[in-house]
Design a protein around this ligand. Structure first.
Ligand SMILES: *Cc1c(COP(=O)(O)O)cnc(C)c1O
Length: 401
């Protein structure tokens, strides 16, 4: 269908890219600058210090790479591994699938542990593989913390415990693209060697910065890793860090100011409050889905994601019709079902700079669409369940009450 202008705002509820808050939009509305002037290195220095807080690390070294989440993946892999290295990777949805595809195309020897879509990573299988690997041929474990295609959150503390119990030295590489800054994420405590995210997800910025953080062990591994890398080479960054000029090539000036503003908002709210807010919005969404009589694609509560909910719809309805209608009729953007779950689920993204009434607006739109496509839903049922929970649980902005 051709694009037609619609009045009012677009309700953006895809699980990335997400809404950009006004102060961040304004902070980015500026001219270019000479990035070799003293101003940009001074700004970069504060950014590098402050992004460590969102990874919850003090010992990690961050890199702000002009790229997307996909580039951040490549940075993590090529800086720490050599071609034909054996790695273990979990497949449970479209994003883990794409990362595995990248790992294979980069010539790693990928040992895939597959789960049904809607289930979390099979950590028992990981434990047996590691136990059998007495010669330590497995060089890295790659895991997507939050599988955005199915709304599944994996337990990283358990992955670390398995590695520690077996005293296995494999590196732990974590895709935190739809989790960092929204879900509980502890790089140091969970012994994560490379953690990464993209600016357009929970940080609520435009696309364009891949944030990668390396542990001391990962930096050490990078000294002997033989994968070909040029644009993503951490060494180039480290050389410029040492000189205090920070950039081996041109950063997006506007995005750096945007990142400053985004971090300021997150710290003003408090990172733990940001995480608690996501937990409440996630729970409210799940209560609405339950009230509609629909199923969550995520099969067990322990894997429920607080950043995205994939809703399974009855077989007689095509979920892409729901997404199409949401946009055309209500100016609401929902996430499509991807690959194996295409047509079967639609996704509600509830991450980033977002509040209760915005979410309720989305849920209200979903109800009308469900009715439009012939699913027998009682208008207001999901909104009632969600709002009753939100109203009765700890307020989001406690200081204003
Ligand atoms: C969005 C997403 C990616 C891909 O990021 P791009 O910025 O599109 O390259 C990777 N992993 C997860 C979990 C994501 O949600």
């Amino acid at each position: 269908m051709d694009y037609m202008y619609g009045p009012g705002r677009n309700h953006l509820f895809v699980p990335g890219p997400v809404n950009i808050p006004e102060p961040v939009i304004r902070a980015m509305n500026r001219n270019n600058e000479d990035y070799r002037s003293p101003a940009i290195p001074a700004l970069t220095k504060t950014l590098l210090e402050d992004v460590k807080k969102i990874f919850k690390t003090t010992s990690g070294t961050p890199f702000l790479i002009p790229t997307t989440g996909t580039g951040a993946w490549e940075s993590a892999l090529t800086n720490t591994l050599s071609p034909r290295d054996r790695i273990v990777s979990f497949l449970m949805g479209q994003f883990s699938l794409l990362w595995i595809d990248q790992q294979q195309r980069l010539n790693f020897n990928v040992d895939v542990i597959e789960s049904e879509w809607g289930q979390g990573a099979n950590l028992d299988a990981l434990a047996s593989k590691l136990a059998e690997d007495r010669g330590h041929t497995i060089k890295a474990i790659c895991i997507v913390h939050n599988e955005t295609a199915t709304g599944v959150t994996n337990n990283l503390a358990t992955v670390r415990r398995i590695l520690d119990d077996l005293r296995h030295p494999a590196l732990l590489l974590v895709d935190g693209v739809s989790s960092i800054c929204a879900l509980d994420f502890r790089m140091d405590e969970w012994g994560i060697d490379v953690a990464l995210t993209g600016s357009q997800k929970a940080l609520s910025l435009p696309t364009g910065i891949g944030l990668v953080c390396a542990s001391p062990k990962a930096l050490e591994a990078s000294k002997s890793a033989k994968s070909v890398r040029v644009f993503f080479d951490w060494n180039d960054y480290l050389r410029f860090y040492k000189m205090g000029t920070y950039w081996p090539y041109t950063p997006s000036i506007q995005l750096l100011y945007g990142l400053r503003a985004a971090l300021d908002l997150i710290f003003e709210e408090g990172l733990d409050n940001v995480i608690a807010r996501h937990s409440r919005l996630g729970k409210a969404t799940r209560l609405a889905v339950e009230a509609w009589g629909l199923k969550n694609c995520t099969q067990k509560e322990e894997w429920f994601s607080d950043t995205v909910t994939a809703v399974v719809i009855p077989a007689n309805i095509d979920s892409s019709e729901i997404v199409r209608r949401a946009w055309n009729r209500y100016n609401l953007s929902l996430g499509l079902g991807l690959n194996k779950v295409a047509g079967k689920v639609f996704r509600i993204g509830h991450l980033g700079n977002l509040n209760e009434l915005q979410l309720l607006g989305c849920l209200s739109g979903v109800e009308m669409i469900l009715k439009d496509v012939g699913y027998p839903v009682k208008l207001g049922s999901g909104v009632a369940a969600a709002s009753a929970y939100l109203q009765n649980s700890i307020p989001m902005i406690a200081s204003r009450i």
